[in-house]
Design a binder for this molecule. Structure first.
Ligand SMILES: O=C(O)C(=O)C[C@H](O)[C@H](O)COP(=O)(O)O
Length: 203
């Protein structure tokens, strides 16, 4: 899974209000060159949106904001291909490992990284990236945690994306800047495709 995500280099993080918008959204992202999305469970429509996208050929759909084993089971049942969580929940991580579900749990400190090592993880989300020290913090972590790679998310946009992607420890960056909820709500799919193309052109 990491290789697939690393090829694309950006993971759009989506909060969707209506599952009816899922397919046009996936089309817009694909047109922009990013056939991938992390659909968060922040909204009630999230699970249904994941279900709709899981059968879209060539589109990689993961689930975000997964806080519990129950939620991990739910997203697995509807066809999510990977799980992301904002923090490190050992029970959720263990369930995913036991069930061959790729998981990228959030870390924000060396202590979290120690836990990730204990679970044998080699790729984690780094959240909230900008607020916890961004590129500088990732560089500092590179020494003692050279075996771990990151998906920084939080505060990333076209303006600072390339700084993160230049780090060898960064697999890809997550972000909502090209899929802001209001763009989806207003069905501005052309604008989503444009912002996605712009992001892809900057890397
Ligand atoms: O919902 C989750 O599971 C999260 O961890 C939060 C998201 O990853 C960030 O909200 C994305 O960050 P922005 O690109 O700054 O919007």
């Amino acid at each position: 899974m990491t290789e697939n995500i690393e090829k694309l280099r950006i993971v759009p993080v989506v909060a969707i209000d209506s599952a009816d918008d899922a397919l046009p959204l996936a089309d817009a992202l694909s047109q922009g060159g990013l056939p991938i999305a992390e659909i968060t469970l922040r909204t009630e429509a999230g699970l249904e949106a994941i279900s709709k996208l899981s059968s879209q050929y060539g589109f990689l759909v993961g689930a975000g904001t997964v806080h519990s084993v129950d939620q991990a089971k739910q997203v697995a049942d509807v066809g999510a291909k990977f799980v992301v969580s904002p923090g490190f929940n050992p029970k959720t991580v263990q369930w995913c490992l036991d069930n061959s579900m790729p998981i990228f749990p959030g870390v924000s400190s060396p202590t979290d990284l120690e836990t990730a090592l204990e679970f044998g993880l080699s790729v984690v989300k780094f959240f909230p990236a900008e607020q916890i020290g961004g590129v500088k913090m990732l560089k500092a972590l590179q020494g003692p945690y050279g075996g771990i790679r990151f998906i920084p998310t939080g505060g990333i946009s076209a303006a600072n994306l390339s700084e993160y992607l230049a780090l060898p420890s960064v697999v890809a960056c997550g972000g909502s800047w090209m899929v802001k909820p209001e763009l989806i709500r207003n069905k501005q799919f052309d604008e989503i495709a444009r912002l996605t193309r712009e992001a892809m052109a900057s890397i």
